[in-house]
Each structure stands twice: as C-alpha cells, then as structure tokens.
Design a protein around this ligand. Structure first.
Ligand code: ATP
Ligand code: MG
Length: 364
C-alpha cells in the first residue's frame, strides 16, 4: 500500500483536496482579460492551485520562478527558453532576427532543449521588451497565453527599477494573463497596493487561506480508512494540531499513516507522530531559536501560549515590559522570515511543530 499523503512539492490528484471555490475564482479571472495576484504564506498551496487551474484550461502556459533567476539577463533568457517550449522553433527564429540584442542559442543534447543566454548589458529594457513582446506577438485574442511568475517579490532584488520596466511592457499586452504569486505578503502588498508602485492595482488580489477543516477532514478520513478503524477520530486530532495548514496537515497525516500501517497503536497515533516529528527537528529548532533576539523570543513565547493579538490591549498587558513599537517590529521581522503568519485568528507561529517544541522546551 502506498501512503495517501504527500508534502513538500506541488500536489495534484489524488493528493489535492477541495479548493473548489478558489479554483472557480482563479479560473474566472484567467478567462477574463485581467491579471491575478495571489499571495499566501509559504506552503499554503499557491503553486498547486494555479497548476491545477491551468491544467484544465487548455491554454499555453509559461511558468517561471523568480527565485531561481540570477539577474535580468537570465530572466530574459529563461523566459525565452520557455517560449521555445511552447512554440515551434521555426516560427520563433524568424522573429528573433529582429531582436536588438541577439541571444546565443545552443541545443542541449541531453534533454533536446535550447539553452539560451544573453550577454550582460547596460540597458536591459530593450532586452525585456523584445522577449516579453515576442510572446504577445505569438498569441492572439483566440489563442491567449498564461504567464505565471512565482515568488514575484524577488523582482525587487534582481535589479533596481526592474518592476518599472516590466510593468511598462506588460501593460500593453492584450493576449496574456499574468499571474503573480508571492509568499512574502508585505513585499507583495508594497508592489501591488502602494500607490507609487508601478504595479499598483495591476491585477486582482487574491489571498489564499488555509484549507477549510471540514473539507480537509473528508480527505484525511478517506486516506486513513484503509489502515485503521477510526479514521475520523485521527483526522480530527490531526486537524486540531495543524489547524488546516495544507503542508503541515499532510506531513502529520503522512507520519500517522506510516506508523499505523506498521501496526503502531492507534490510540496515541497522532500524539506519537507529533512527538516523533518534533524530535526529528529538535536540532533545527534549537538553531532557529538561537538566531532570535530577546524580543523575538518573547514574541514567539507569547504566540505559543495562544496570545494571538500581541498588539491589542490585553496582549500588551501580558507583555507589559515591552513597548508596542518593539513588539510590532519583532512581528514584522518574524513575518518577513516566514516564522510568523497572520490569519483570521490574528498572529500565529507558522509551524505547529515548532510551536509545540517551544512550549515543551520551556516545561523541561
Ligand atoms: N489543495 C491541496 N490539498 C492538499 N494538500 C495541499 C493542497 N495544496 C497544497 N497542499 C500541501 O501543501 C504543500 C505545499 O504546496 P505548494 O507547493 O503548492 O504551496 P506554495 O504555496 O506554492 O508553497 P511555496 O511558498 O513553498 O512556493 C503540498 O506539498 C501539499 O502537501
Ligand atoms: Mg510555490
């Protein structure tokens, strides 16, 4: 028997659950002439959701992760390489002749793909214009493409003014829906919500939440029912701990499934799987803890004790020795690094296992 749960990489059926409303909403935007901006903390399922949506649309899709790009020339080269994956090279070759900066192309004999590079250049605007406009030219109103730019907040790190250049080109495109994904909420909001930003209100904003617990429960129960008699009970216990965080729920369910399948006790299956996971990460958590300054430690302790609104009056009372501005900048820092997330509950520690580790460690 194969484990019913998967975590870490992009998921599709049978590991993908629910998101019915989200899929419909994203599809609706992509079938209009608008662009989409999707944000969520890390590992909430952005890439899985967008991949699943476009899979059923029968459209040409170009997907590029900005985290893996080393500079603007590389961005242009990677973009062009992906255009080659979609369109026949004969058609592209003839258009590339008009490029102001000619790329060097070579056929990679291992995967039969074209490897592309551009020499470093003083002014990257013509380069970007030529490459981005090429896709627009190759499409038309009946044959519209979708371009997914993952971890888009990286745009701010690649080159000063890169965002301005991209927007100046993209704004004229009629045959492409752009999808901007990002996991650093504050940076994404700076890019798309700040009036002075070039990308201000460029696309429809969509904040992806955790997976609704009642839906997740059905998925967990189905996946656990082959190996145990009380799958619903285990599903409830898993969700009580993970609160529907897509990644951590799948991770915990995976371990529970494995242990129960190996004939471990079902009564303490979830509790034991939690302990096992915390134990495995003990050293990482300790290292992480030691990177925090004093205020961050206080903030994390408060959050682990259920103080989800540290900036409210009651939250501040619990933390009476620390100034509001200090707590605020600590939360901001912890959020930028992905350790703390903001949900409809307020602030919380992203990783429920780390949350539990913090509590346990302090009880020793
Ligand atoms: N619809 C879903 N159903 C079940 N599990 C899911 C779903 N979406 C995501 N997950 C779980 O979350 C994990 C992370 O998903 P994914 O890589 O799509 O998230 P992401 O938001 O793109 O993450 P990152 O910020 O790291 O790019 C998956 O490996 C899977 O375990
Ligand atoms: Mg992703």
């Amino acid at each position: 028997m194969i484990n019913s749960f998967k975590f870490g990489s992009v998921v599709d059926d049978p590991f993908f659950t629910n998101r019915v409303e989200e899929l419909a909403k994203v599809k609706q935007i992509l079938e209009s002439n608008n662009h989409l901006v999707m944000i969520s903390p890390r590992r909430f399922g952005k890439t899985s959701l967008i991949r699943k949506t476009v899979k059923n649309l029968k459209r040409d899709v170009l997907s590029l992760d900005l985290q893996l790009v080393s500079g603007v020339e590389d961005f242009a080269a990677q973009y062009l390489k992906r255009i080659y994956r979609i369109f026949p090279s004969e058609k592209i070759k003839h258009l590339i002749k008009n490029f102001r900066i000619i790329p060097s192309l070579s056929l990679n004999p291992i995967n039969n793909e074209v490897d592309i590079s551009f020499k470093a250049t003083e002014s990257t605007l013509p380069l970007l214009e030529d490459v981005l406009n090429l896709l627009e030219q190759l499409c038309n109103s009946k044959h519209r493409a979708i371009v997914i730019l993952d971890e888009f907040q990286e745009v701010m790190r690649l080159e000063k003014g890169f965002d301005k250049k991209l927007r100046s080109i993209m704004q004229f495109h009629k045959n492409i829906n752009y999808v901007f994904l990002g996991s650093q909420e504050s940076m994404m909001r700076e890019i798309f919500e700040k009036k002075k930003s070039p990308f201000y209100h460029f696309g429809l904003f969509f904040q992806l939440q955790k997976i609704e617990k009642s839906h997740f429960k059905i998925f967990l129960t189905t996946g656990l029912k082959n190996i145990c008699k009380q799958p619903e009970k285990l599903a409830d216990e898993i969700l009580l701990f993970t609160d529907g965080h897509p990644y951590y729920t799948q991770q915990l369910a995976y371990t529970v499934w494995n242990n129960v399948n190996q004939k471990a006790s079902q009564i303490h299956a979830v509790k034991n799987a939690i302990e096992e996971t915390i134990q495995t990460h003990d050293l990482d958590y300790e290292r992480l803890w030691n990177t925090f300054n004093k205020t961050d430690k206080k903030t994390i302790i408060g959050l682990s004790q259920g103080n989800h609104l540290p900036l409210s009056q009651s939250g501040l009372n619990k933390n009476n020795s620390v100034a509001t501005s200090t707590i605020f900048s600590s939360l901001k820092r912890l959020m930028q690094n992905g350790y703390v997330i903001k949900t409809n509950k307020g602030y919380e520690i992203d990783d429920p296992f780390f949350n539990s580790w913090t509590i346990k460690r302090r009880e020793l």
